[in-house]
Structure formats: C-alpha cells, structure tokens
Write a protein that binds this ligand. Structure first.
Ligand SMILES: [Zn+2]
Length: 366
C-alpha cells in the first residue's frame, strides 16, 4: 500500500505519505500555511490512534512560511502526541559558511530550530549524520532506505543552493513567500507590487489560450529560499513519486542528469512551487515520464497555479497527462473545460468537497 495525501494547505504544501501493511508507516512533508495545522493537519493526526503517531520521517523542505508554519504549530501543540524518528530540515547551522547571524525571514527557521533542540529530536540523522540534507558536489545522489522498504533519493538542494540561502536569508522574506502580516504592512506602505505579487484581480480568468501561454518566456524563480528546498524521489515497490518542494527546475533537471536518465520515470509528480510560472519549466517537464501532476495551492497570495505552468504540463507532460488540483479555485477551475480537454488531450482531477485535498494511491484509478 502506498498513499499520498495532498492535504489542503492553503497556498502551501502539506503532504502525508502512508506505506506498507502491518504496520502502516508514515512520513510527513511540510505543514502548510497559517491555519492549516488546525484545519487540516491536526484533524488528520487525530484520526490515528495515539500509538500510530510515530512517523518514520518528518521533512520541512525549506524555511518559507507556507511550508514551515504548520510544523511549528504541531511542535507547540502538547495536546496531541506526535513523534518522528528523524527530522530533515536545513536550519541556519546547516548552511555553508555560517557567519551571518542576521535573521529576518529565518525567524521561523530559528523557532523551529529551537523546538527541535528543546525536544531533543533526531535531526538530519538518517542518511546525513546530523549534517545538512544536501547533494554532494559529485558522486551519486544520496539515497536512503527506510524501514518498511521505502527508498528516498535526494533530488535537491545542492551545496551552492544552501550557500545562496545563507547569503540571501533576508531576501527570502521580500521574495514571493512573505507572511500575511508582512503583506498587510506592505500594502499599507505601498510596497505591495515590489513584493512580487500581482495586482488584485477584478475578474475571473477566462478560457486559457494555451498557444499563447506556451510562447511566454521562461524566467526561473530567483528565490534562494525556494532553491534550498529538499526535493525527494520516493519509491515504494516500484511506485515512484517526485515531491519537489519549491525547488528550482534547473536543480531537478541536474539531478535527473546525475541519475543518468533521459527521462525520469514517475507515477506522480508534486510540481515545484505550487505550479508557479518560474518553477515549472518546459525543460523540466520534458525530462519526466509521468502521467499525474499535482498542483498544491488554493491560489491565495500568488494566484498559483500559474496558467503558463499548467500549459507546459499539458503540452510537454506526455500523452493525456492528468492534472490533479487540491482545491477548486478560479485558477484551477479554468482547466475544467471540455473544449480544451478535447483539443489538447489532458484530464483533470479535483477534490470532492470544497474543503480541498486529494489522495493518490498505488493501484488507484485517479
Ligand atoms: Zn511554497
């Protein structure tokens, strides 16, 4: 059994993995944006008996608020027993040439660091001996076998990406992932546009013009925080999932090169950075042999997924790609269009309810 639950994480990620039988084992990747813990992650944890709340691995892909917030809330919550055998998170101490103690966007990273240390968690132990979860400059990509026969191959970050984050720690809050509080402040001060958000939309987006979207220039996401994302290739009994965090597509392409593969064979791909136009490149999609593509976002803050990204998946994502959205939103509903589906040959999967969240299962028919 292998299940991937893409919880409704607002504009962030919160991915719950279950695998094996007797016992069923679990991994958790990211905790979503503010409010996600209370609304989605905690209720999901509560469904488990107390004895089943020891996870094989907890991964915090990077320091951005839409990934880390729910984990901080989880770590603060004494009302529900939760344990992880190991935690993968690159904190400040793991960034190369650590000599910069100015922490702005990193305050959430620092808060999590404090919680990890205070609670005596096993931190970056499995596979990395307490050091950074990072791809070395040469040699094979690190791969780790977990109990229950699940293999995880590290697809990102690289050492230069972690060094960039160190240099650029402050910049990450001015970049695309800012906290809602900061967004409010920025609006008041008239800095809203410079923070990288689009203008407020006044009308619902119309039918996408795929040809035009495909002609749009690609400019890679410049965020060093996103670039520092832990990206994972997870494999269980031949079933393969790429969980890209917010990694830069060029990093992922280089990792596919290092695996020596022309096309990376996958059953499912959680696309990088919520389907942003700067993170889903044609170059990346062309290197995947995959049928199911997940977009994790409710469109808050940055109107993800961007139509250019969806168009690239439709065009380069193989024969009849399936687009899986974890929310019904203006940004995702525009792709629920028979005329487009017939013309371009793709399928769409949406959550059942308005609450959001989707489940992908090995052997399932989604
Ligand atoms: Zn994100």
């Amino acid at each position: 059994m292998f299940r991937l639950e893409v919880l409704p994480a607002r504009y962030g990620d919160c991915i719950w993995i279950e695998y094996g039988e007797n016992p069923v084992r679990r991994m958790l990747i990211d905790g979503g944006a503010p409010g996600v813990y209370k609304k989605a992650l905690k209720p999901r944890l509560k469904q488990l008996p107390d004895t089943a709340r020891e996870f094989e691995l907890l991964v915090i892909t990077h320091v951005d608020y839409d990934h880390i917030r729910g984990i901080i809330e989880l770590a603060h919550d004494d009302s529900i027993p939760f344990k992880a055998k190991d935690v993968w998170f690159n904190g400040y101490r793991h960034l190369p040439k650590l000599d910069n103690h100015k922490v702005l966007a990193g305050k959430h990273g620092e808060e999590l660091t404090d919680l990890l240390l205070k609670n005596g968690h096993s931190w970056n132990r499995q596979g990395f001996d307490g050091k950074a979860v990072v791809i070395p400059d040469d040699g094979d990509l690190p791969w780790i076998k977990f109990d229950g026969d699940l293999t995880v191959t590290l697809m990102g970050p690289t050492i230069p990406m972690l060094a960039d984050l160190r240099k650029d720690w402050e910049h990450s809050c001015k970049d695309i992932h800012i906290t809602p509080e900061e967004l409010e402040e920025a609006r008041k001060e008239g800095r809203y546009k410079t923070l990288g958000a689009k203008e407020a939309k006044t009308t619902k987006p119309g039918r996408p013009d795929i040809e035009q979207l495909l002609r749009a220039d690609f400019e890679e996401d410049p965020s060093s925080a996103n670039g520092s994302s832990i990206a994972l290739l997870v494999e269980y009994q031949g079933y393969r999932a790429l969980l890209a965090g917010d990694a830069h597509p060029s990093t992922l392409v280089k990792s596919i090169d290092r695996l020596g593969q022309d096309k990376l064979k996958l059953d499912v791909c959680k696309l990088p950075h919520h389907g942003s136009r700067g993170s889903v490149s044609a170059a990346l999609i062309k290197r995947l042999d995959c049928k199911r593509y997940i977009f994790s976002s409710n469109g808050d803050q940055f109107y993800h997924p961007h139509p250019e990204a969806v168009a690239r998946v439709i065009e380069y994502g193989g024969d009849q790609p399936k687009l899986l959205f974890n929310y019904h939103t203006d940004e995702t509903n525009i792709w629920d269009d028979d005329l487009l589906r017939n013309a371009y040959g793709y399928e769409t999967v949406y959550p059942d309810g308005e609450k959001g969240g989707i489940v992908i299962e090995k052997g399932g028919n989604e």
